[in-house]
Write a protein that binds this ligand. Structure first.
Ligand code: B1M
Length: 207
């Protein structure tokens, strides 16, 4: 079965071994952008139409997570000896309060780490205060926030507002399928990252 089908059907262990096999001759970005994310899109559409239910969506997400662990290990082993000892700078990442979708954020984390940035990952469903406290404590220059639902963009806006009040110079980038460039600027973000590669470009500008 193809990796796409394994994700769609939520077959975790086989998705993992298929990823190992594919990495012999396939680029990780291709696996991410052309297989894993489109497969989840199909899953999301089926869920929306009522063709599948939450347990199946969870299984598909687990299959993608298993595939991502292999991709991450592969990147680490490929870049291990090239990696510089000094971090290019610290970045806070969080999925905003009320939102437990963290696959996108985790992909962004893998990419940024791969480019030498130190990531403080606050996880998912992160309260506004927790993001602000950590940013102040670490004197952070760049914060990345993720939101996947129309309902949680409000928490994103609140987090941005609270961060800017305490740290006027902090730069904030946001991402997630529910956002657009215009919407990102409307809620006060400095940058919109449509994918993990854009997040790396933003980090290069700021840090
Ligand atoms: Co949920 N879910 N889900 N879900 N889920 C969506 C988002 C949904 C669109 C599905 C649908 O109905 N079509 C819908 C939201 C509707 C809306 O508000 N517009 C939805 C819903 C309704 C729900 C629940 C409410 C379902 C329920 O309980 N009845 C519930 C919410 C719980 C909560 O958060 N409080 C729920 C739960 C779940 C699972 C737990 C089963 C699982 C998440 C598992 C996990 O993340 N650990 C899940 C999944 C897998 C999805 C879909 C199918 C896939 C999301 C995903 O991971 N995509 C999703 C449908 C869809 O998007 N097609 C859906 C892959 C990921 C790599 O893409 O996150 O967009 P994405 O990230 C991209 C870019 O957007 C960008 O880079 C990434 C790589 O290119 N990016 C960033 C993202 N974050 C970034 C941050 C950055 C920079 C770039 O900087 C910081």
């Amino acid at each position: 079965m193809s990796l796409f089908d394994l994700v769609e059907k939520g077959i975790k262990d086989e998705a993992k071994s298929k990823t190992v096999e594919m990495l012999n001759d396939t680029d990780e970005n291709y696996i991410l952008d052309e297989i894993l994310i489109p497969a989840l899109d199909v899953v999301g559409k089926k869920f929306e139409k009522g063709e599948i239910f939450l347990p199946q969506m969870i299984q598909s997400a687990e299959a993608v997570k298993a595939s991502l662990t292999v991709i991450k290990e592969n990147l680490i082993s490929k870049n291990g000896d090239k990696k510089e000892d000094v971090s290019k700078g610290k970045i806070i990442l969080a999925t905003v309060e009320g939102d437990i979708h963290d696959i996108g954020k985790n992909i962004v984390k893998i990419m940024l780490e791969n480019y030498g940035y130190e990531i403080i990952d606050l996880g998912r469903d992160v309260p506004v205060d927790k993001v602000v406290e950590k940013a102040v404590e670490e004197n952070i220059k760049l914060v990345g926030l993720s939101a996947l639902m129309t309902t949680t963009v409000k928490s994103m806006e609140e987090t941005i507002k609270a961060l800017k009040e305490k740290m006027p110079n902090v730069k904030i980038f946001v991402g997630g399928a529910v956002l657009t460039e215009d919407y990102a600027s409307e809620i006060g973000a400095d940058f919109y990252a449509k994918d993990a590669k854009s997040a790396v470009e933003i980090a290069k500008i700021i840090l």
